[in-house]
Design a protein around this ligand. Sequence first.
Ligand code: SF4
Length: 131
Amino acid sequence: MKLRAHHLLCLPNFIGEGYSDAFTVNMAARKRQLAAEGGFTLAAGADDICAACPNLRGEACETQDKVSRYDAAARRLLGLEPGKRYSAAALEKRVCEEIFEKHRLREICGDCEWYPLCARLTGEKKEGQNT
Ligand code: SF4
């Protein structure tokens, strides 16, 4: 399966909410597929999650500039390259250690509409909070 970099942050925080019923059904199915297959190929753009999203316009996202910025930041922090194949378990661990545990979600996708939910689920600190 194909996954874009910032969706590696969305998948662990998916609790059944999304842009439409078709989107959430597909997201749940892709999460099961990832677990069953154990790996994925990093997509440079739209992926198997975007495929059922009402925001997809052809090959691009309606908010392409924003999601491209999220992808670039996630690739940089996780050391990923489009087109390469990765282990799901290894990346899940890397996402936890390098992003969630270091409270770096905000610098990747702090202006996403789902950020408050993901910040709550990952225990991301609020701005100015040191402990
Ligand atoms: S909002 Fe954009 S990046 Fe996110 S799933 Fe939909 S099409 Fe893909």
